[in-house]
Design a protein around this ligand. Structure first.
Ligand SMILES: Nc1ncnc2c1ncn2[C@@H]1O[C@H](COP(=O)(O)OP(=O)(O)OP(=O)(O)O)[C@@H](O)[C@H]1O
Ligand SMILES: [Mg+2]
Length: 254
């Protein structure tokens, strides 16, 4: 299948430290990719570069065949490249309904409307209701985000991302900070994502990685050292040395 998302020879250095070192990556619709690697490997930086939150030193990002390297972050979202953040960036005084409603308005180009009015817009609220229902958040729709559990906030981030109608979704540690008891709900939300959406997930929880991913990419010190199947990644010598040693040695199978 042809690529919906392509990164060619992407490079970024902070001072003397190269954190993105000639990274090439391509995804097709429906891909389920896990991006893993040690702390500081450059995973979040990679997402910041491709989404336009950070400017690369060189290299190219393509979406649906169009070069977007010079398109700003909002323009990339509009073209279907949506990300979530490693640490939530929700507004604690706003409700889930307001977050998702605003995202829907932004996507449909109606964000100029008076904020608050959309609660009375039937079409928007139907979509808000559907999205929050899918993620098990309907009952909390009108509560303040500051009052809901962190796991639910992370689910809300996925709802907000989906409201932007992505073709490519980049999730930066969607289960980070979530108590073990709630990770199953996040996992279910990931499993329920539309089949034709291309998803790249950064994650440290290897059990979650192996249940989610059909393909695993390993980044170490800014360089991709592995791109292949979950069953091969635990056997790869370089990966074992750089990151997965203890996991693989503990006898986990993909
Ligand atoms: N704005 C910045 N300025 C300078 N150095 C930075 C900046 N952002 C990140 N770095 C450095 O780049 C390297 C990669 O960081 P990055 O956050 O991308 O790693 P990561 O793989 O996401 O790690 P983690 O698993 O801990 O989230 C680190 O050494 C970090 O300190
Ligand atoms: Mg990170």
């Amino acid at each position: 299948m042809s690529a919906v998302f392509e990164v060619n020879r992407l490079r970024k250095a902070f001072g003397g430290l190269t954190v993105t070192n000639d990274v090439n990556l391509s995804m097709a619709p429906g891909d389920r990719v896990a991006l893993i690697g040690p702390n500081g490997a450059g995973k979040t930086t990679f997402v910041n570069l491709v989404t336009g939150n950070l400017r690369p030193d060189s290299g190219e990002v393509r979406l649906n065949g169009e070069t977007v390297t010079r398109v700003d972050a909002i323009g990339r979202v509009r073209r279907g490249l949506v990300r979530s953040f490693q640490v939530t960036r929700l507004f604690h005084d706003m409700t889930p309904a307001e977050h998702v409603g605003l995202a829907i308005l932004q996507h449909s180009g109606r964000s100029g409307r008076m904020f608050g009015n959309f609660l009375a817009m039937g079409d928007v609220m139907a979509e808000v209701d559907g999205l929050l229902g899918t993620l098990g958040l309907r009952e909390l729709m009108h509560r303040k985000v500051g009052e809901i559990a962190y796991g639910q906030q992370r689910l809300l981030e996925i709802a907000v991302a989906m409201a932007l109608k992505p073709k490519v979704l980049l999730l930066d540690e969607p289960a980070a900070g979530v108590p073990q008891s709630d990770t199953a709900r996040i996992e279910r939300a990931l499993a329920d994502l539309p089949p034709d959406l291309a998803v790249l997930m950064i994650e440290h929880d290897m059990d979650l990685v192996f249940r989610f991913a059909k393909r695993v990419i390993v980044l170490a010190a800014g360089t991709i050292i592995f791109d292949g199947s979950p069953s091969d990644v635990t056997r790869d010598q370089r990966v074992r040395e750089a990151y997965l040693g203890s996991y693989a040695n503990a006898g986990h199978a993909a």
